[in-house]
Design a binder for this molecule. Sequence first.
Ligand code: 8YV
Length: 325
Amino acid sequence: MTNGLHAVTVLVPGNLNPHALKRLEETFSLVRINKPDPALVTPDMAQSVRGVAEAAGAGACFIDALPKLEIVANFGVGYDAVDAGHAGARGVMVTNTPDVLTEEVADVAVGLLLSALREFFPAEQWLREGRWEREGPYPLTRGSLRGRKVGIFGMGRIGMAVAKRLEGFGAPIAYHNRRPKPDAPYQYHPTLLSLAGAVDTLVSVAPATPETEKAVNAEVLAALGPQGVFVNIGRGNTVDEEALAEALHTDTILAAGLDVFRDEPRVHPRLLTAPRATLLPHVGSASITTRTAMADLCVDNLVSWFSEGRALTPVPETAGVEGRQ
Ligand code: 8YV
């Protein structure tokens, strides 16, 4: 069924998962450039590229530099680096990779929360440095999951999976989302500030949008209170990182567990020195199993588009875009 697809040219700007690259190479005519920069698009590419597979984004100018483009297949559920509104207006389909990473990312959110509260990394360092033997047990942690009230910011698929897990830990759950979710049996808060005032544990799974930009700010963090813990598994853009670092350094909140940052791979220097901060290099979905499933869904979207004229997982902005054959 995919034999005829070698005539279709797919462009990969920047790095992509090796399994995705292998499948793209076997299935399509693959071309590559270093990054999604319109200046790197050759006249040949402009005339031939019908599909893009990327984890590096696709801005409006890049999309416009490819007049034959029909589909951008984003590797990842978050597609904030793709200008999906512009793509939709130009009749270009955009797909992402939902569902296949939900449980994996939710697992890491819980791991981050426990690690931030119970100080796993500093405790392990204590052991490795021989201090257990020399000085005795690691000091008791100020943080504990016991008795906590959890707030979820962003009640999508991953938010629901995090909520289910934390229910299992005995924590009452509340949430803030653009609008209430009929299938979420948890207390809804119409604002993030009201949610933060009602809980001491805030887990952000929110996407990066103009509305969520720096939504987790000094006021929200102060509302969490001195026992507050903030976990971010969504996007760094949703946080005022200067305010978060300040809140940690001044004991305005107790702890943080962060997998995502505003300017990855650069991390705000005051977050690096903050007490009780567990910092991970954006590894939420980064197991071989889950990244392979994401790669398959990314490539399957292209295969389905070019062989059957329909995308498997279109993003809402381009759900109405139709195939051209
Ligand atoms: C990946 C993610 O790090 O899916 C997302 O939105 O943030 C992660 O799963 C990313 O997709 C890798 O490019």
